[in-house]
Design a protein around this ligand. Structure first.
Ligand code: UD1
Length: 430
C-alpha cells in the first residue's frame, strides 16, 4: 500500500501546469465509441480513472491506441459486446456513461449497477428516467441494468435534481434518437459543455449546453473528429487552495479562469490575492487567512469537489466558518482526520462549523475519497512536522503526477510504500 509522506511548512511557490479534465474525459471517451470512425482525443489526463475506462472499453471490443501520454485514438467499429464488465464499474462509477453511449448507438446496453460510493448514496434514477422517456425499456437482471429500445424517440425530459451524470448520459443517447429532445433543469458544468461540444464535433446537434435547457436533434450517424479536452477545474482549484493554505505564491497554468470563478471568489474572500490571465491564475497568500461561509451548489455555484480543500484552508483561518454540503451527504469524512491534525471542527448533518486554529500539526491520516485525500495532502503541506497520508489510491484516481507537481512548487512530499522508505524520508528532511 502506498502512502504520501509530507514534511509541512514550506510555502508553495512557482508554476504548475494543469491537465485535462477527468470528468469531461470520462464522458468524452464513452461518447467516442458512438461512431465507427476513428476519433482522436487530446489533453487526456493521465490518471487512474481514465486508464480504467480505456481498459473497460477495450474489453468490449473498442480499439484503443494510446499515441502519447495525453492523446488517444479510439475506434468503436469492432464492438462485439454491449455488456460491460462489473470489475470496471466497481472501480469507476462513471463507466455508467457507457449505458447512454451504447444505447444511443446500438439501442441496447448492459452495464452493472454501480456499487455504493464513499461520498454518499448515488442513485441513477434520473439517468433511467431519461432513457425511458426516450422509449427504452430498462430492467435489472443479475445486478446489471439492461436498457433497450426498438427505436429511440426524442422527448421532453425534466430532471428533478440537477445531475451532471444524468445530463451527459441522456445527451449521448438522445444524440442518436429520432427527433428532438429537450432536457430541462440540466446541469451546466463545464464538462457537460465539453461533452456536448465533442458530440457536436462528431456531427451531433446539441444546443444550449451550459444553460439549464439543452435541445438535441437526433442524427443517424456520428463521424470522426479530433478533440482536445478542457483543463481540469478541480485539479486547478486544488493547487489554488494549496497555495492559500501554505501562504504561497503559485501560478496555475493551462486553465480557463471563467471555470474557476466560484473558487477564485472564495479565495479572495479569505484574503488571498488572485490575478487572472488568459489561461492562468496566480494565487498569493501572505498573512493568515480569514474565515468565510460556503455552500456547495451545482455550477456556477461553489463545487462540491472543492469542499474539502476549502475546509482545510478554513481550519487554518482566523475566526469561525460554516461549510454547508448540499450535493452529497457524506463528504465530511476528512474532518475526523483533520481533527487528528489539530483542527477544531464540528459536523452536524450537512454542515461543518470550523473554528480556525493557528496551526495544524503532522499526523498519520487516511484518504477517505479522492478530493478529501487531496485536501489532507494540502493539510500536511501546511502543517508543522511530518504527515503520512494512507490510502492514496483514491488520490491517484484523479490527480496526475500529484507529488511531482507539488515538489516542483517546493513541497517536501514523497510516495512511499514501506517503513524503510518512511525512515529514509525522515532522515533526509531532518
Ligand atoms: C459528478 C462528478 C462528481 C461531482 C458531481 C457533482 C463525474 C464523473 N463526477 O458526479 O465529481 O462531485 O458531479 O458536481 O463527473 N442524483 C439523483 N439521481 C440521479 C443522479 C443524481 O438523485 O439519477 C443526485 C445525487 O445523489 C446528488 C446530485 O443528484 O445529490 C448530483 O449528482 P450528479 O451531478 O449526478 O453527480 P455525478 O454525475 O455522479
Amino acid at each position: 500500500m502506498e502512502q504520501y509522506i509530507i514534511k509541512g511548512g514550506n510555502p508553495l511557490v512557482g508554476e504548475v501546469e494543469i491537465g485535462g479534465a477527468k470528468n469531461a474525459a470520462l464522458g468524452i471517451l464513452a461518447a467516442a465509441i458512438m461512431t465507427d470512425d476513428t476519433v482522436r482525443i487530446d489533453n487526456l489526463p493521465d490518471v487512474q480513472d481514465i486508464n480504467v475506462l480505456l481498459e473497460a472499453i477495450g474489453e468490449i471490443g473498442v480499439r484503443v491506441d494510446r499515441i502519447s501520454r495525453t492523446s488517444v485514438l479510439i475506434n468503436g467499429s469492432g464492438i462485439g459486446s454491449i455488456s460491460v464488465d462489473y470489475e470496471y464499474i466497481k472501480k469507476i462509477r462513471a463507466s455508467y456513461y457507457l449505458l447512454g453511449a451504447l444505447l444511443g448507438k446500438y439501442k441496447k446496453a448492459e452495464v452493472p449497477l454501480p456499487g455504493g460510493c464513499n461520498i454518499g448514496s448515488r442513485p441513477i434514477d434520473l439517468h433511467l428516467k431519461g432513457f425511458k422517456a426516450l422509449g427504452a425499456k430498462t430492467r435489472i437482471s443479475n445486478g446489471a441494468i439492461i436498457a433497450e429500445a426498438d427505436h429511440l424517440r426524442g422527448n421532453h425530459i425534466y430532471l428533478d435534481t440537477v445531475s451532471v451524470g444524468a445530463t451527459i448520459n441522456i445527451m449521448m443517447a438522445a444524440s442518436m434518437a429520432e427527433g428532438r429532445t429537450i432536457i430541462e433543469n440540466s446541469a451546466k458544468e463545464p464538462h457537460v459543455v465539453d461533452v456536448a461540444n465533442f458530440l457536436n464535433s462528431m456531427g451531433a446537434n446539441i444546443k444550449g449546453a451550459g444553460t439549464d435547457v439543452i435541445r438535441i436533434r437526433g442524427v443517424e450517424k456520428l463521424h470522426a473528429t479530433e478533440y482536445s479536452i478542457i483543463p481540469d477545474q478541480i485539479e486547478a482549484g486544488t493547487y489554488m487552495f494549496a497555495a492559500a493554505a501554505t501562504r504561497g505564491d503559485v501560478i496555475v497554468k493551462n486553465v480557463i479562469p471563467k471555470h474557476l470563478e466560484a473558487t477564485t471568489a472564495k479565495l479572495v474572500e479569505i484574503g488571498c490575492q488572485v490575478e487572472e490571465f488568459d489561461d492562468a491564475v496566480r494565487v498569493v497568500a501572505t498573512g493568515r487567512l480569514n474565515n468565510t461561509n460556503v455552500k456547495t451548489l451545482p455550477y456556477p455555484g461553489y463545487p462540491t469537489d472543492m469542499q474539502p480543500q476549502i475546509g482545510v484552508a478554513l481550519a487554518l483561518a482566523e475566526g469561525t466558518s460554516i461549510v454547508t454540503e448540499s450535493i452529497f451527504e457524506n463528504r465530511f469524512k476528512y474532518v475526523d482526520e483533520l481533527i487528528r491534525m489539530g483542527a477544531d471542527v464540528k459536523v452536524e448533518g450537512n454542515t461543518a462549523v470550523i473554528y480556525g486554529t493557528e496551526k495544524l500539526t503532522g499526523a498519520r491520516v487516511s484518504a477517505p475519497d479522492l478530493r478529501a485525500g487531496a485536501a489532507l495532502v494540502i493539510a500536511g503541506l501546511a502543517a508543522e512536522g511530518i504527515t503520512i497520508v494512507d490510502d492514496i489510491v483514491y488520490i491517484q484516481r484523479g490527480y496526475e503526477y500529484f507529488e511531482e507537481k507539488l515538489r516542483s512548487l517546493g513541497a517536501e512530499i514523497e510516495r512511499v510504500s514501506s517503513e524503510k522508505e518512511i525512515k529514509k524520508f525522515k532522515l533526509r528532511v531532518g
